[in-house]
Write a protein of this length. Structure first.
Length: 72
């Protein structure tokens, strides 16, 4: 008895990289506000070769809030 054989085209080679964008962030210390109001994060890509960091950013909810200038 022979096993049934599949017919049809073979699966395509894995030429397309699987790239998954991801963002990781945490609260950070803002020296201007002297408070934990700054969000610092990294945007990176998950590829078959590993993780590639694309950019980093930071944003303070007080300093960078529109319409609310922070002064010492
Ligand atoms: Zn701030």
């Amino acid at each position: 008895m022979t096993a049934p054989r599949r017919t049809g085209p073979p699966p395509p080679p894995n030429l397309v990289l699987t790239i998954t964008p991801a963002v990781d962030w945490r609260l950070d210390w803002c020296h201007a506000c002297k408070a934990w109001t700054r969000a610092t994060g990294s945007t990176f890509l998950l590829t078959p070769d590993g993780v590639a960091t694309v950019s980093t950013w930071s944003w303070c909810e007080v300093c960078d809030a529109p319409g609310e200038a922070h002064r010492d």
